[in-house]
Write a protein that binds this ligand. Structure first.
Ligand SMILES: *Cc1c(COP(=O)(O)O)cnc(C)c1O
Length: 387
């Protein structure tokens, strides 16, 4: 049997896969099993932020794999500590907890927020407010946190203690806080899976202020928007917000699984021995790779990301069949009068890989994609949208 037949027979059908087997990646190009070349405008899903086979990352990962590939969290390992230091020093945060995915990072944030409140106020103050159209993960609890009714099916009972508000609705957040019993508000500043919807800056500032006035923790989900994607190291820096907790994952590992929950001053000592853990969390190979990624997300790269984001917007705004282009930096949503999946399929036929989010076409290219290549690929996307 070939790969596709084996997959169909032996892998649970949780994904609607495109008819494409990928075998190799180099920079922003990927190649299928027949050697056909594609320009990748998705980088996995915002994961390969320096593209395929990035040499510095490869070397960091290979060197670490050849010295010690895993140690339990009963011992110290250097890549983990170095990455933690970098994450804290560049964000003003105090401590981190390493897991393996975005969902785990958010689980950790939810546990920490509830424990912060429990330690200080006792039981009954455990509600977490999240936004409609948000996405926070696929575990039962992070799926509950996800503010999409369509995903709240089959797996009942869902975790109690979540309340949803419409993004942009100030009265709704006031009402939710006024009910009492709330320990945290959790949000993406740019909703990725929800269609690349940036929150209004005044709204985000209002939520943060209202939360802080009530000792309600602010958790920002930077799983998709983080690690330079929006033209700043983290999207909260675009918003002038300092969260109590933020989470990140996807791009940080450069292609290997990592999830991090990052704690500010208020919560830095909430997790105590025995309250949380992960076998693989902070794996030295993954962290060594992440260090090589993180240290290259600098001001020069951020300026490039912002410029390339503007380039995409200039190319697509006003184009035929385009209703809006949303997002920041290289996190872009395109609303068209056409079916987003059809556009995705046609782009693939023409050698360009794009993503969708709800009814939008979504672009999450590698941060170092050459401007010329980006122009060529977005030109093809534009042609497909306009035809
Ligand atoms: C992808 C994503 C998650 C879930 O991450 P996994 O690594 O798939 O568990 C959570 N939050 C946001 C904003 C995401 O984009």
């Amino acid at each position: 049997m070939n790969t596709k037949q084996l997959d169909n027979k032996y892998i649970a059908h949780a994904y609607g896969r495109a008819d494409l087997e990928l075998c190799k990646a180099q920079g922003s190009f990927v190649y299928d099993n027949e050697g056909r070349e594609y320009i990748d405008l998705g980088s996995g899903i915002a994961v390969n932020i320096f593209g395929g086979c990035d040499e510095k990352w490869q070397k960091a990962v290979c060197d670490q794999a050849c010295s010690i590939q895993h140690a339990s969290n009963y011992y110290y390992t250097k890549p983990q500590s170095v990455l933690a230091q970098m994450l804290c020093e560049r964000t003003g945060m105090k401590k981190v907890f390493f897991g393996n995915s975005g969902a785990e990072a958010n689980e950790c944030a939810i546990k920490a927020a509830r424990k912060y409140s429990f330690d200080k106020y006792g039981e009954g103050r455990s509600t977490i407010i999240t936004l409609r159209q948000s996405f926070h993960g696929r575990t039962v609890t992070t799926l509950t946190a996800t503010g999409q009714d369509s995903l709240h099916n089959f797996f009942m009972p869902f975790t109690p203690g979540f309340e949803y508000v419409e993004p942009g609705d100030i009265k709704a957040i006031d009402d939710a806080i006024a009910k009492g019993g709330c320990c945290a508000v959790m949000m993406e500043l740019i909703q990725g899976e929800g269609g690349v919807n940036p929150l209004d800056k005044e709204y985000a500032a209002y939520v943060v202020e209202a939360a802080k006035a009530n000792d309600i923790l602010v958790i920002i989900d930077e799983v998709q928007s983080g690690n330079g994607r929006t033209g700043m190291l983290y999207s909260f820096m675009n918003y002038g917000i300092l969260p109590d907790i933020f989470t990140t994952a996807k791009g940080l590992g450069g292609g290997l699984p990592i999830g991090v929950c990052v704690f500010g001053e208020k919560v830095e000592n909430v997790l105590t021995p025995g309250t949380h853990g992960s076998t693989f969390g902070g794996n030295p190979v993954v962290c060594a790779g992440a260090v090589s990624i993180f240290e290259r997300i600098d001001d020069r790269l951020m300026d490039e990301v912002a410029a390339k984001g503007n380039l995409i917007k200039e190319m697509l705004r006003g184009a035929k069949n385009v209703e809006s282009v949303t997002g920041m930096g290289l996190m872009i949503g395109i609303k068209t009068t056409k079916d987003a999946h059809e556009i995705m399929d046609k782009c693939r036929e023409r050698g360009v890989l794009v993503l969708t989010a709800k009814d939008r076409v979504r672009l999450l290219p590698a941060l170092n994609i050459p401007a010329e290549l980006l122009t060529k690929a977005v030109g093809i996307v534009k042609e497909v949208i306009e035809e």
